[in-house]
Design a protein around this ligand. Structure first.
Ligand SMILES: *Cc1c(COP(=O)(O)O)cnc(C)c1O
Length: 243
């Protein structure tokens, strides 16, 4: 009789949860009449140990999202990141920009010209162009970062002047709601904003990525047009913030 360690069991658990999320994404795409390759799954790995993250990366996850610069830089050397897309999805302070530019493939949380200017400056120093998303506070909540929808186009036009940043699309964290209809309304508002800005064909701007949908609502978000879902809890389980 062999006794498996609890971490081996935990690894099996997160891998099976990951596969379940993948199956639900497949089904949501099918329901919505969308191609499966129109939607990217980002595994949100904040507070998760490298061992569990690697179990899912080894099983096929192709993109991860981290919230904090320090946490990501501290654990990335232990991660199996070959050909894995790395996203910074959390609110970014200007004084952390220097440390993160060049270390991730996309920064999803740009909501001011000031932040964009800092990313542009350090990207120029490194001789790179940093792909970003503009974060939209679609519910206009005081507690959240992000630009309000009516101000998004202006911010994007201002950022378009920076030559070491490439705007790829929009990201949002909508208000928490128990009601499916309410969630759909926020996602749908985001899709309309995305399509509207795309139709303006602003120089130096792409509108290809619409990052919305988390553990509680990624299937709905896919039905409403999301191209990128950010899923943490449904894959890795409840986060332990005390570690
Ligand atoms: C934590 C986080 C997520 C994932 O949330 P879950 O509900 O655990 O799936 C997605 N996006 C952002 C910006 C986050 O901070």
């Amino acid at each position: 009789m062999t006794e498996r360690s609890s971490t081996a069991l935990e690894r099996e658990r997160v891998v099976s949860q990951y596969r379940e999320v993948c199956a639900k994404i497949d089904a949501a795409c099918a329901r919505a009449g969308r191609q499966r390759d129109e939607v990217t799954l980002i595994g949100v790995t904040k507070t998760v140990s490298p061992e569990l993250i690697n179990a899912v990366l080894d099983d096929g996850l192709t993109a991860i999202g981290e919230n904090r610069v320090q946490e990501y830089l501290g654990k990335r050397d232990d991660l199996h990141l070959d050909s894995v897309q790395r996203h910074l999805i959390g609110h970014l302070q200007t004084n952390k920009v220097k440390a993160i530019v060049g270390q991730v493939d996309m920064i999803q949380s740009v909501d001011s010209v000031r932040l964009a200017a800092a990313i542009d400056k350090y990207s120029a120093e490194k001789g790179i162009v940093t792909p970003i998303l503009v974060e939209v506070n679609i519910g206009e909540e005081d507690s959240k970062s992000g630009v309000y929808a009516p101000d998004a186009e202006k911010l994007i036009r201002d950022i378009a002047d920076f030559s070491h940043i490439s705007v790829q699309g929009l990201m949002t964290i909508p208000p928490i709601s128990a009601f499916e209809a309410k969630k759909r309304e926020y996602f749908s508002k985001m899709r309309h904003l995305f399509i509207d800005i795309r139709s303006k064909n602003i120089d130096n701007i792409s509108m290809n990525v619409l990052s919305m949908g988390m553990s509680d609502d990624y299937e709905l978000a896919i039905e409403e047009g999301s191209t990128m879902v950010r899923v943490g809890t449904a894959i890795f389980g409840r986060r332990q913030y005390t570690v």
